[in-house]
Design a protein around this ligand. Structure first.
Ligand code: ZN
Length: 242
């Protein structure tokens, strides 16, 4: 399986506090724990690379794409968004992280004008409750995951209704949030996972890493079968007679 971890990669350059939490960037941290989990072909790509590091060649050889973005959603080229979208439709897995909820890509996939929500940076505790313990992405995860400090996200979260809801988060301030959701679009499998505000060491947490490792396995579609479309003048049954 080939994995590409895409990160905007700007907070790490602009804010020393973020660089301290993620010296190799959020993408570098995710790459490291995926490799520790046994994935052999993991590469990274960032916004400032030519074509955002997501050339057709890179995407064609990507089975699962991780996507983290926040302050530069509008700087992501529409052509590249379409390119990623097309690959998802053809069977590439996609894992959208945290503020990626407002990316052009995720909005296009959701079919929504915006995926807005309530939010606040207030160092609140988040308790993520596991509401689908038998799901493959929840393998090895207990009743809940406690994140000591995280950005608060709250409902209403203007996404398409999830196909499967795996976790519901509760925040110290009283908000709740659908924080782990799956979708299928075309032949691709999509997972949205809420945690991962850039100033907190959340992608260093073993339980968060376990969920994302499981998600990579789940989102992988091996050898997506080519689909036959169009006009078939000869009735199918006739083709069996030959
Ligand atoms: Zn955030």
């Amino acid at each position: 399986m080939n994995i590409t971890v895409w990160n905007e990669g700007l907070h790490e350059k602009l804010d020393p506090k973020v660089a301290e939490v993620y010296p190799k960037g959020i993408h570098g941290c995710i790459k490291d724990f995926l490799e520790e989990a046994g994935f052999e072909n993991v590469r990274t790509a960032t916004l400032e690379e030519p074509e955002h590091g997501l050339t057709q060649e890179v995407l064609d050889s990507t089975d699962v794409l991780f996507y983290w973005g926040h302050i530069a959603h509008n700087k992501v080229d529409d052509e590249i968004v379409q390119r990623i979208y097309d690959r998802v439709m053809d069977g590439m897995g996609l894992i959208v992280l945290h503020s990626g909820h407002e990316s052009k890509l995720f909005k296009k996939i959701m079919g929504t004008k915006s995926n807005e929500l309530r939010w606040r940076e207030n160092d609140e505790m988040e308790i993520m409750w596991n509401v689908y313990p038998s799901h493959p992405i929840m393998k090895g995860i207990g009743a809940n995951v406690v994140i000591p400090h995280e950005e608060t996200y709250g409902e209403f979260f203007n996404i398409a209704p999830p196909e499967e809801l795996l976790m519901i988060s509760w925040f110290e301030g009283g908000e709740v949030f659908r924080s782990a959701c799956t979708y299928r679009r075309g032949r691709g499998k999509i997972f949205y996972f809420k945690p991962g505000h850039e100033t907190y060491p959340i992608y260093h947490m073993p339980e968060v890493q376990k969920i994302l490792v499981n998600a990579a396995d789940w989102a992988y579609t091996e050898g997506a079968t080519p689909v036959e479309h169009g006009h078939f003048p000869v009735p199918f049954i006739k083709t069996l007679e030959k």
